[in-house]
Ligand binder design. Sequence first.
Ligand code: SF4
Ligand code: SF4
Length: 204
Amino acid sequence: MIITSAKPFEEILELLKNEDYIFVIGCNVCAAKLKTGGEPEVLEMCRRLEESGKHVVGWALPTAACSIRSYETLLEKNDKLDEALCVLVMGCGSGVSAVANVVDLPIYGSNNTLSLGGSSGGKLLSSQCVMCGDCTISEFGGLCPKAQCPKGLLNGPCGGAVDGKCEVDSEKDCVWSLIYERLKKIHRLDLLYTIHAPKEHAFK
Ligand code: SF4
Ligand code: SF4
């Protein structure tokens, strides 16, 4: 799941200050789960834009904003798209890009894209993976230090944790404490003896 947060409405209005006849596109997967682009949020966005003097020509809620086959598939959802002069996408950056790929109009995004996370056991999990392209998560019991340790340490903790909390962000558990507990639980503490080479940081 891509973790997003909604931009303040004032920031969205500023983005749209020279635009009118707006078509709003939500995302019924990640953004809907996070309440940053599901149907209620899309309807509320349309209402607030209209209240602010903008014309909203229509809206659509594709299954996933990041997976749009063509302009025609969006039209099938709502043919008012043909009347739009710009599009506001309430998804992640990938969703905005996917729409821009098929719609030849100015495109705006209403969200900030924060990380690749998930949800499990009723809890939202942020920054579970930073998509390094060289996955070694299996060697850490299923928890990624590259993504979850602010220092990206691959060969053990920095030693600064206090009561299991990270010294960089005391709101978060030290992922190395979690990795240790997890490997202990699954009887794989032997994995801690593996020395990991630094990861490739070049832009891919
Ligand atoms: S090692 Fe971590 S950051 Fe890299 S792909 Fe695997 S989970 Fe993602
Ligand atoms: S306390 Fe743990 S998670 Fe935080 S920087 Fe140090 S090793 Fe990484």
